[in-house]
Design a protein around this ligand. Structure first.
Ligand code: HXC
Length: 520
C-alpha cells in the first residue's frame, strides 16, 4: 500500500469514527428513546447528497475530570451547510450520543462558525437541539460559549431566517438560543424546554410537577406559545422545516421565492358570499375564508393551539408567499387579548423583516375587557400589534369581513397605519363600537325615563336598528376613503392577488434610527 493510499485510508477511517459519534451503544439508546441521531436528522432535512460537514475533526480541549482520555470527533455537534430544494441553508445538529449533546467551548465555536458564514452568504440557519446543556466539566467556558451563540443569534435576527427544532432536552440558559430565533418546532413526548427543571422547581417553590407538564411540547404549544409548531415525530418536524423554508427568502435583502401557481387567479368562491351568518353574534371559521382564497387551499398555520382567537400563518397568492393574520370568531368572538396581540405582533414583524407581504382578515369586536387583562398589561401588549403594523413597510392588504370596532379597528392594519389596500365585504361593520354598547351610552338617560319594560325594549330596539343602519356597515368608512373598495366576497382571491401584484414594487422607508423602541 502506497503512503498516499495509507493516508487516504486513515482519513476514511477517521470519518467513519466521527460518524459514529458517541458509539453504537449510545446510538442504540437514542433510537430506543424514539429519537434519531444528529446525522440522521441532517440527512432527512437536507437535499440528498448536499450536506457538506464542517469541523468534523474538532475535539474538546478539556483535561479535567478525565476528559483528556475521552474525546470524540465533532465534539457533540454536527455542523455544516447543504440545500433545501436547491437553496443553501446552514445547519447544526446536537449529538446527544456525545456527552449528552452538552455544549463545550469548541462545540460553541463550531456553531458560531456556521452562523458567521450564514451571515456573510445570506442564508438561513437551522438548529436541531438535543442537549443536556452546559458541559459541566468545562465550567464557565461553556457559559461563555452560549453567550457567543446568543450574540450571533441577536445579530442574525432580521438578517437571515433562524429556525430551531427541539428534539430532546433543552434546559437552563440553553433555551435562550432557540428563543432568540424566529421559529421553534417541538416533538411530542421526546422534547422539553424549561429554564429550571422539576427538581429545582420543587426545591425552590415546593411545587411537584413532571417534566412533561413543566416544559413538554404540549405545554409550549398551548400555554406559553413558545413553540410555533408541534409534531408527533421528528420526521414530521423536519418536513415541516423544509416546508417553512419554502415560504422564506434567504435573507432580508431578498424577496421570498415565488413558485409556479396552477390555481386560477380569478377563481370565484360563491360560498364566501354566504359565509357570514345573518346573526352577528354567530361565529364562522375564518380559516375557511383563508383556505378558500389562497393557492390550492394550502395554509401553513403557526401557533395553531395558542391564542386561537387570532390565526397566523403562511400561504401563497398566485405563487407569491404572504403572511396571513386573521381574527378568529370561533374563539372568544375574535377579540384581541394579550396573547393574541403578542402572537400576531411577532409574526407581523417577522414578515416585515423578511419582505413578506401581509394579508389581514378582520373580524374583531374589540379588546377583551376585564381586570385580568388590564393587570396583565393589555395596554402595552395591544400596543405591540399596533406598533408592528404601523412600522411594517411591506405590502399590506386588509379585508374587513365583519366587525371592526373601536381601538381594535385601528390596530388591525387600518388605512391610517399605512394599509395599502383596505377592502371590506358588504357585511362589514366598521364603527366605534357595536350597536348595543353605543345605545347604552348615547341613550342611557332617555331609556331610564321610560317606565314600562315593553316600551323600554321597543325603544332600545328602534335605536339599535337606527344605529346599525347608520354605522354598522362599511359605507361610512368608504365615504371617507378609509376603505378603498367594498368587494363581493366571492371575488376576494382575485382582488387580493391583483393588489399584491400591483404592490410588488412598493417602496416605503421608515425614518433612519438606531432601532425602534417597540413597547416590550
Ligand atoms: C456533561 C453530560 C451532561 C452535561 C448529560 N451528560 N448532560 N455531560 N455535561 N451537562 C452525559 C451523561 O453524563 C451521560 O454520559 C450522557 O450525557 C447521557 O446522559 P444521561 O443522563 O444518561 O441521559 P438521560 O437519562 O437521557 O438524561 C438526560 C438529561 C440528564 C436529563 C439531560 O443527562 C441531565 O439532567 N443532565 C444534566 C443537565 C444539566 O444540569 N445541565 C446543566 C444545566 S445548566 P455517558 O457517558 O453515561 O453516556 C446550563 C447552563 C446554561 O445548561 C447556561 C447558558 C447561559
Amino acid at each position: 500500500m502506497s503512503l498516499n493510499t495509507e493516508k487516504i485510508r486513515a482519513l476514511v477511517d477517521k470519518r467513519e469514527e466521527a460518524r459514529l459519534g458517541g458509539g453504537e451503544k449510545r446510538i442504540d439508546a437514542q433510537h430506543e428513546k424514539g429519537k434519531l441521531t444528529a446525522r440522521e436528522r441532517i440527512n432527512l432535512l437536507l437535499d440528498e447528497g448536499s450536506f457538506e460537514e464542517y469541523d468534523m475533526f474538532v475535539t474538546h480541549r478539556t483535561f479535567s475530570f478525565g476528559l483528556d482520555k475521552e474525546k470524540y470527533y465533532s465534539d457533540g455537534v454536527v455542523t455544516g451547510r447543504g440545500t433545501i430544494d436547491g437553496r443553501i441553508v446552514f445547519v447544526f445538529s446536537q449529538d446527544f450520543t456525545v456527552f449528552g449533546g452538552s455544549l463545550s467551548e469548541t462545540f460553541a465555536l463550531k456553531i458560531c462558525k456556521i452562523i458567521d458564514q450564514a451571515m456573510k452568504i445570506g442564508a438561513p440557519v437551522i438548529g436541531l437541539n438535543d442537549s443536556g446543556g452546559a458541559r459541566i466539566q468545562e465550567g464557565v467556558r461553556s457559559l461563555a460559549g452560549y453567550a457567543e451563540i446568543f450574540q450571533r443569534n441577536i445579530l442574525a435576527s432580521g438578517v437571515v431566517p433562524q429556525i430551531s427544532a427541539i428534539f430532546g432536552p433543552c434546559a437552563g440558559g440553553a433555551v435562550y438560543s432557540p428563543a432568540l430565533t424566529d421559529f421553534i418546532t417541538m416533538t411530542e413526548r421526546t422534547s422539553y424546554m424549561f429554564v429550571t427543571g422539576p427538581k429545582v422547581v420543587q426545591t425552590v417553590t415546593g411545587e411537584i410537577i413532571s417534566t412533561e407538564d413543566l416544559g413538554g411540547a404540549n405545554v409550549h404549544a398551548t400555554k406559553s406559545g413558545i413553540t410555533h409548531f408541534l409534531t408527533e415525530t421528528e420526521e414530521e418536524g423536519i418536513l415541516l422545516i423544509r416546508k417553512l423554508i419554502s415560504y422564506l427568502p434567504q435573507n432580508n435583502l431578498e424577496d421570498p421565492p415565488v413558485i409556479k401557481n396552477t390555481d386560477p387567479i380569478d377563481r370565484l368562491e360563491d360560498s364566501l358570499n354566504e359565509i357570514i351568518p345573518d346573526n352577528p353574534n354567530k361565529p364562522y371559521n375564518v380559516k375557511d375564508v383563508i383556505r378558500l382564497t389562497v393557492d390550492g387551499g394550502d395554509f401553513l398555520e403557526i401557533q395553531r393551539n395558542y391564542a386561537k382567537n387570532i390565526v397566523i400563518g403562511f400561504a401563497r397568492y398566485n405563487g407569491r408567499p404572504v403572511g396571513i393574520v386573521a381574527n378568529q370568531p370561533m374563539f372568544l368572538a375574535g377579540v384581541l387579548d394579550i396573547d393574541a396581540s403578542r402572537k400576531a405582533a411577532r409574526f407581523v414583524r417577522f414578515c416585515d423583516a423578511f419582505n413578506i407581504s401581509l394579508v389581514t382578515f378582520v373580524d374583531v369586536p374589540g379588546f377583551l375587557p376585564g381586570s385580568s387583562q388590564e393587570y396583565g398589561g393589555i395596554i402595552i401588549h395591544g400596543a405591540k400589534l399596533l406598533y408592528a403594523y404601523g412600522e411594517a413597510t411591506v405590502p399590506k392588504v386588509t379585508i374587513t369581513l365583519r366587525k371592526s370596532y373601536g381601538g381594535a379597528h385601528d390596530v388591525m392594519s387600518c388605512k391610517q397605519l399605512r394599509g395599502d389596500m383596505n377592502y371590506a365585504w358588504p357585511t362589514a361593520e366598521i364603527a366605534v363600537m357595536g350597536a348595543k354598547g353605543a345605545i347604552e351610552v348615547l341613550e342611557g338617560r332617555n331609556i331610564a325615563k321610560i317606565e314600562s319594560d315593553e316600551e323600554k325594549s321597543k325603544y332600545i330596539q328602534a335605536k339599535e336598528s337606527e344605529y346599525i343602519e347608520k354605522f354598522a356597515n362599511p359605507y361610512q368608512a368608504a365615504k371617507y376613503g378609509f376603505i378603498d373598495d367594498i368587494i363581493e366576497p366571492r371575488n376576494t382571491r382575485f382582488r387580493i392577488i391583483r393588489a399584491l401584484e400591483a404592490l410588488s414594487t412598493k417602496k416605503e422607508m421608515n425614518p433612519p434610527k438606531k432601532h425602534c423602541n417597540i413597547p416590550l
